[in-house]
Design a binder for this molecule. Structure first.
Ligand code: SF4
Length: 349
C-alpha cells in the first residue's frame, strides 16, 4: 500500500526520537504506552524515566506497594491505569512464568491492556502484524480516505480497524504503526495540520474535497455531571490535615485536603450555612485561596475552591479519617492531580 510506504519513509527521516523507541522489551514498551495514554509526550517523559529507574523489570513492578506506585504516578491522573498495571504485572508473574508476553493474544489478557496497547506491544516487540488504532490513526485514515463514519460508533470502530489492518505494512508492521501514530501527532494534527508539507497530500481525499476540518467525525457523548468541591487547607505547627478518599468514587484511596461537596455552586457565606460545615468548622476563621479551579474528568466536571482555615484554638471537629501530616512528609502521600497541582502552585514558590 502506498500510504504505508510513504509513512515509513517519512518516519525514517522525520520521526521523533523517543527513548522507548529503541527497545524491543515488551515490559518497557508497555510502561511507555500506558503512561502516554491521555498524556502529552513531554508530560509523560519524566514519568517514564522515573518508572524505568524505580522498576527496571516487571518483577520489581509486581512487588511494589500500591501506595508507592500511586505516589510515583501522581500528577498523571487516571489512577485506575496504574492500579491495572500493578494487577497486570502480578498476572505476568503468576500466569506467564514471570516473562512479559509479546504475542497479541496473550498480551491482551493482561489487566488494563486493550486492543490498542496489545497491538502496540506485539508489533513493536516482535513485529506481529496487528494495526494500532488510536486517535492519531483514526484521524489520518479518516482524512486520507475521506471516511465520515463516526469514529466512536461501533460500526466506525469496526470499519477503521479493518482498514488499518488492510493498509498496514507486511514487511515492517511495527515501524508502520509507530510511523502513522507519529505522523498523526506531528503532521496530520487535529488542528492546523501541515497539509502543505504532507507526504500524503497528493492522494488525500479530505484535502482534495476541502473536508480536512470536518474529519474525523465524532458523535457527541453523554453530558458531564457538575460537582462542587470545597477543600479546607488546615495547617497546624507545620503539619497539614489530609483525608484519604474512599473506594467508590473518583480518585479512590488518594489523599486530599478535607472536603465538603455541595449540590450546586455556593458562595463562602452560603457554605457556612451548610450543616456539614457547621459541624466540622463551626466558627473558625476562613479565607479563600486563589481562584476557583475547573478540573475536567471523563463524565465529570469538578469545580473546586480552596480555603485556608486558621484553627489556633483547636475548634475544628476532625473526622476520624482526617489526619495531620508533617509538611516534610506530604511528598509521600499519593495525592490526586487536582491537589497535586494546587500544592505545586500555592506551596512550592
Ligand atoms: S494532506 Fe493534510 S489532511 Fe491529508 S493526510 Fe496530509 S496532513 Fe492530513
Amino acid at each position: 500500500m502506498i500510504i504505508a510506504d510513504e509513512l515509513i519513509n517519512w518516519y525514517r527521516n522525520n520521526g521523533r526520537d523517543l527513548p522507548w523507541r529503541h527497545t524491543k522489551d515488551p515490559y518497557i514498551i508497555w510502561l511507555s504506552e500506558i503512561i502516554l495514554q491521555q498524556t502529552r509526550v513531554e508530560q509523560g517523559m519524566p514519568y517514564f524515566y522515573r518508572f524505568v529507574e524505580s522498576y527496571p523489570n516487571v518483577k520489581a513492578f509486581a512487588e511494589a506497594g500500591e501506595g508507592e506506585l500511586l505516589r510515583l504516578w501522581q500528577g498523571l491522573g487516571y489512577y485506575s491505569r496504574v492500579r491495572n498495571m500493578h494487577k497486570a504485572a502480578k498476572m505476568v508473574m503468576s500466569d506467564f512464568e514471570c516473562v512479559f508476553p509479546t504475542q497479541y493474544e496473550e498480551v491482551i489478557k493482561l489487566s488494563g491492556v486493550g486492543e490498542y496497547t496489545a497491538a502496540a506491544i506485539s508489533s513493536f516487540s516482535i513485529n506481529e502484524k496487528k494495526a494500532v488504532l488510536d486517535g492519531n490513526v483514526f484521524r489520518v485514515l479518516s482524512r486520507y480516505f475521506g471516511i465520515d463514519t463516526p469514529i466512536n460508533s461501533t460500526s466506525g470502530k469496526k470499519q477503521f480497524l479493518a482498514l488499518a489492518n488492510e493498509v498496514i505494512s507486511d514487511s515492517h508492521p511495527g515501524l508502520y504503526n509507530q510511523a502513522i501514530m507519529d505522523f498523526g501527532a506531528t503532521v496530520c494534527k487535529p488542528k492546523a495540520p501541515d497539509c502543505e508539507n504532507c507526504v500524503l497530500s497528493l492522494d488525500c481525499v479530505a484535502l482534495k474535497n476541502g473536508l480536512v476540518a470536518n474529519l474525523p467525525v465524532k458523535i457527541k457523548g453523554k453530558s458531564s455531571r457538575n460537582r462542587y468541591f470545597h477543600y479546607f487547607v488546615v495547617e497546624k505547627e507545620g503539619a497539614y490535615l489530609f483525608a484519604k478518599r474512599g473506594e467508590n468514587d473518583v480518585w479512590a484511596n488518594m489523599y486530599e485536603f478535607p472536603l465538603i461537596e455541595t449540590q450546586q455552586e455556593v458562595s463562602l457565606e452560603e457554605l457556612k450555612e451548610q450543616d456539614e460545615y457547621k459541624v466540622y468548622f463551626g466558627d473558625v476563621e476562613i479565607e479563600e485561596i486563589g481562584e476557583p479551579i475547573k478540573h475536567i474528568l471523563s463524565h465529570q466536571n469538578i469545580y473546586a475552591r480552596f480555603y485556608r482555615v486558621v484553627d489556633e484554638q483547636n475548634n475544628i471537629e476532625k473526622k476520624p479519617s482526617w489526619n495531620y501530616y508533617n509538611s516534610d512528609n506530604l511528598d509521600k502521600l499519593a495525592k490526586h492531580k487536582l491537589i497535586f497541582s494546587f500544592i505545586n502552585k500555592y506551596f512550592m514558590n
